[in-house]
Design a protein around this ligand. Structure first.
Ligand code: SF4
Length: 94
């Protein structure tokens, strides 16, 4: 599923630069575009924005539930020139 940023965000900019999908942008606080967030599937084993967030304000977005295969398909659609492994590498999140 896509992730989302809560109101605890401090606008530190750490997450924006690490997203492989350019899914993060700044509004009042930073926000994640669920149509672009793949939980970093296809690129990394862990969501990079979560890894760099200093206040742990990036959480699962339960309104955008997707399987790992669906996330990989989204990554492929966003990056048509990339060749992603099939099946995707195993993930370490629950
Ligand atoms: Fe971007 Fe990955 Fe965070 Fe999704 S989980 S917003 S793809 S850095």
């Amino acid at each position: 599923m896509a992730l989302k940023i809560t109101a605890d965000c401090t606008n530190c900019f750490a997450c924006e630069t690490v997203c492989p999908n350019d899914a993060i942008s700044q509004a009042d606080i930073f926000t994640i575009d669920p149509s672009k967030c793949t939980e970093c599937v296809g690129f990394f084993n862990t969501p990079q924005c979560v890894d760099v967030c200093n206040v742990a304000c990036i959480i699962d977005d339960a309104s955008h539930v997707e399987s790992e295969s669906e996330l990989l398909a989204k990554a492929q659609k966003l990056h048509p020139k990339e060749k992603f492994p099939t099946p995707p590498p195993s993930r370490f999140r629950k």
